[in-house]
Design a binder for this molecule. Structure first.
Ligand SMILES: [Cu+2]
Length: 224
C-alpha cells in the first residue's frame, strides 16, 4: 500500500485492499482540491493586496467571467465525484452484493454494552440446544468466508473491525448480513462505532483469527 496511508491499521481482509484504494483516491483528490482552492485564495491575497499608489478597482461585474469562476469548479468537482462513483461501484459490489458462499455463519447481537456472539454449533442451525454464546469474543478460521448476522437488542450499534475494513450499522428489529474473509491469524479489536449510550466507549470485543487447525481444536473444546 502507498506509504502515506500507513496510518491505517494493517489490512487482514480479502477485500481490504479494495477499500484502501478508495480511501486513497478520496484522500488524494480531497488533498489536491484543498491545495488548489487555498492556494488560489492565498495567491490572490498576495497579488491583489493593498499597495501604495494603486487605487482600489471599481468592479461593475463581468457576467461571463463570474459565471466561469463558479461553473468551472462545479464541473471539476462533479467530474471527481463521478470518478469516485465509477471506481467505488465495483468495490461496493464486491463487499455488499457478491457474497461468496460462507464456510460458517455467526450471529452477533449488540446490546448496551456488549457483543453477544452466538455460534450455531455442529447442526449449523441457530435456535437449537447446541448453540453457544460467547461475550465479546469472535473466533474464526483464517482464509474462510464468514457470514455475520448482525442484530441489536436495544439501540443502534455499529459492528466495526478496522483491520478487516468492515463497518456495518446494526438496527434494532433487523437482521443485517455482512461477510469477511480474514487473511492473517491474530487478535484484533472489535469496537462499537455508533454512540449507543454511557458505556459506548467501553463496548468492544476481540476478533480471534486462528489457523485452521487451531480453530478446529477450539471448536472441539467448546462442543466436546
Ligand atoms: Cu454500541
Amino acid at each position: 500500500m502507498l506509504n502515506w496511508l500507513r496510518w491505517l491499521p494493517e489490512n487482514v481482509s480479502t477485500y481490504g485492499g479494495d477499500i484502501d484504494s478508495i480511501i486513497a483516491l478520496i484522500w488524494y483528490s480531497t488533498a489536491v482540491w484543498f491545495v488548489l482552492t487555498f492556494g488560489t485564495i492565498g495567491l490572490f491575497l498576495i497579488l491583489y493586496r493593498r499597495r501604495a499608489g494603486r487605487p482600489a478597482a471599481y468592479v461593475k461585474g463581468e457576467r461571463l467571467a463570474e459565471a466561469l469562476w463558479v461553473l468551472v469548479p462545479v464541473v471539476m468537482v462533479l467530474a471527481i465525484d463521478l470518478w469516485l462513483d465509477f471506481r467505488g461501484a465495483p468495490v461496493w459490489a464486491k463487499v455488499m452484493l457478491e457474497r461468496p458462499p460462507a464456510a460458517l455463519s455467526i450471529q452477533v447481537t449488540g446490546k448496551q454494552f456488549n457483543w453477544e456472539v452466538v455460534y450455531p454449533g455442529p447442526d449449523s442451525k441457530f435456535g437449537t440446544a447446541d448453540d453457544r454464546q460467547f461475550d465479546n469474543e469472535l473466533h474464526v478460521p483464517v482464509g474462510k468466508p464468514v457470514r455475520l448476522l448482525l442484530k441489536s437488542k436495544d439501540v443502534i450499534h455499529s459492528f466495526f473491525s478496522p483491520h478487516l475494513r468492515l463497518k456495518q450499522d446494526i438496527v434494532p428489529g433487523r437482521a443485517i448480513e455482512a461477510w469477511f474473509e480474514a487473511t492473517k491469524p491474530g487478535k484484533y479489536e472489535l469496537p462499537c462505532a455508533e454512540l449507543c449510550g454511557f458505556g459506548h466507549s467501553g463496548m468492544k470485543g476481540w476478533l480471534y483469527v486462528h489457523p485452521e487447525e487451531d480453530y478446529n481444536r477450539w471448536v472441539k473444546e467448546q462442543w466436546s
